[in-house]
Design a protein. Structure first.
Ligand SMILES: N[C@@H]1[C@@H](O)[C@H](O)[C@@H](COP(=O)(O)O)O[C@@H]1O
Length: 245
C-alpha cells in the first residue's frame, strides 16, 4: 500500500486529479471506476479544469460507478446518476452511453445486480478505481459484515450511513434505506485503486485501515490485499496514524 499525505483537501484533490489525468494520457480508452460522496468532488473539479485546458480527452473513456440508491430516479436531486452528470459527465466530452451506474429503479433488483456485474466484466475491469471511505469503513455501500467475496448486490444501509448521508436530504425519512453496490470482490477487480480520505471525521477509519487486521466488519480492510492500492489522505484524516499505532 502506498500512502500519500497531503497538507489539505485541495492538495489531495490535485494529487488525485493528476493521477487520473496521467492514466488518461497513457491510455485514451481508459476505464475509470468512479465514486460519489463529498470527498471526490474536488478531484472532479480538477478533472474538469484539465479537460477545459485541453489536456485530456474523454471521447474513448468509459466509467463504471460503484453504487446507486434504490428507489431514486436518475434525475432525483440526490441520485448518484445526477451527481455524476452534474459534477463531471456534463462538463467533459464523455459519451453518456459509456458511463455506467447501477439502476436503482430497476423492477427486478436481483437481475440488475447480475447485469451490472456482467457490465463490469465486459467494460472493465477499471484501470483505476477511485474510492472514498465511510466513517464505519464502508467502501461503495459495502457495509460492515459484507462478505469479501461479494459481487454487485443490494444492501440495507446502516443507521449510521443513513445518518451520515442525511445532510444531503431534507428529512431523515427521505434518505433511502437500500442501495445497489458493487461488491467487495467487484471492487477488487480494478487494476489500481485510489482511496481518498479527508478531514477529522475519517481519521479513525484511516487509523483502522492502516493498523487493523483484514476483517469483514471493516470492509475497507479487504483492500490491504489489493495488488495496487494508493491512499491519498490529508493531514486531518491521517492524524491518528503514528499516535495510536
Ligand atoms: N456510497 C458513498 C461512498 O462511496 C462514500 O465513500 C461515502 C463517504 O462519503 P463522503 O465522501 O461524503 O464522506 O459515502 C457514501 O456512502
Amino acid at each position: 500500500m502506498e500512502i500519500i499525505v497531503t497538507n489539505n483537501y485541495e492538495e489531495l484533490s490535485r494529487k488525485a486529479g493528476e493521477i487520473i489525468d496521467s492514466q488518461l494520457k497513457k491510455d485514451s480508452a481508459s476505464v475509470l471506476g468512479l465514486a460519489t460522496g463529498s470527498t471526490p468532488l474536488g478531484t472532479y473539479k480538477e478533472l474538469v479544469m484539465s479537460y477545459e485546458k485541453g489536456e485530456t480527452d474523454y471521447s474513448f473513456v468509459s466509467t463504471l460507478n460503484l453504487d446507486e440508491y434504490v428507489g431514486l430516479s436518475p434525475d432525483h436531486h440526490q441520485s448518484y446518476r445526477r451527481f455524476m452528470n452534474e459534477h463531471l459527465f456534463d462538463q467533459i466530452n464523455i459519451q453518456k452511453g459509456n458511463t455506467y451506474i447501477p439502476d436503482g429503479k430497476a423492477d427486478n433488483l436481483a437481475e440488475e445486480c447480475e447485469r451490472y456485474e456482467q457490465v463490469i466484466d465486459e467494460i472493465g475491469p477499471p484501470d483505476l478505481q477511485l474510492l472514498g471511505i465511510g466513517e464505519n469503513g464502508h467502501i461503495g455501500f459495502n457495509e460492515p459484515g459484507t462478505s469479501f467475496e461479494s459481487g454487485t448486490h443490494v444492501v440495507e444501509l446502516t443507521p449510521s450511513t443513513r445518518q451520515a448521508n442525511a445532510r444531503f436530504f431534507d428529512t431523515m425519512e427521505e434518505v433511502p434505506t437500500h442501495a445497489v453496490t458493487m461488491g467487495v470482490q467487484s471492487i477488487h477487480k480494478s487494476k489500481k485503486i485510489i482511496l481518498l480520505a479527508s478531514g477529522k471525521r475519517k481519521a479513525e477509519a484511516i487509523r483502522q485501515l492502516i493498523y487493523g487486521e483484514r476483517d469483514e466488519q471493516f470492509p475497507a480492510s479487504s483492500l490491504k490485499e489489493h495488488r495496487d492500492l494508493t491512499l491519498i489522505v490529508d493531514r486531518e484524516a491521517y492524524a491518528l496514524v503514528n499516535e495510536k499505532g
